[in-house]
Design a protein around this ligand. Structure first.
Ligand SMILES: Cc1cc2nc3c(=O)[nH]c(=O)nc-3n(C[C@H](O)[C@H](O)[C@H](O)COP(=O)(O)O)c2cc1C
Length: 146
């Protein structure tokens, strides 16, 4: 059983709904998720597995609720050498900066030593398939690596 910090970035709840589905699937498979909309390093350091589910806002920016966390990582530069990542972006491909939040977070976390367990997914809300279903398909490859 793996303990997973579930880091959610959202403004209107879309990413949170996707995160809820992922949590349900992961817990059905015997793992335990710890969701947070206000991630802080002191708490997150207890977990080796970080699953980030975030939308993008502004022009390729993180949702406001993840900005303090981004600042904490940038300023404190923690060693994330034992951190295993999975990154799920939700965005709209009509923006040039499609899923741009991940373009901020992934290089930052990797530069601190975190290693992705699976390739990130970029979910397009313009797709005819609902975001939750795209995310649930992707989480199976993550489950295989836990
Ligand atoms: C003001 C605004 C700006 C947005 N900017 C982007 C963007 O730069 N890139 C992107 O991929 N999606 C962008 N989106 C789309 C959102 O990421 C998308 O609607 C997402 O489902 C919102 O999820 P949330 O409710 O969890 O925040 C934007 C949406 C709004 C309303």
């Amino acid at each position: 059983m793996t303990q997973i910090a579930l880091i959610i970035g959202t403004t209107m709840g879309g990413a949170e709904a996707v995160a809820d589905e992922l949590q349900e699937r992961l817990e059905q498979a015997g793992h335990q998720c710890h969701p947070t909309l206000t991630p802080e390093l002191t708490t997150l350091r207890q977990f080796d597995h970080w699953l980030v589910v975030t939308s993008t806002h502004g022009a390729g920016d993180l949702p406001d609720n993840l900005v303090p966390f981004q600042a904490e990582l940038t300023q404190q530069k923690p060693d994330l050498g034992t951190t295993r990542l999975a990154l799920c972006g939700i965005g709209d491909s009509s923006y040039d900066t499609f899923c741009g939040a991940l373009d901020h977070l992934e290089p930052l976390m990797r530069s601190l030593g975190a290693i992705p367990l699976v390739d990130r997914i970029e979910i397009d809300v313009q797709s005819p398939e609902i975001p939750e279903d795209q995310a649930l398909r992707w989480i199976e490859s993550y489950l295989e690596r836990l």
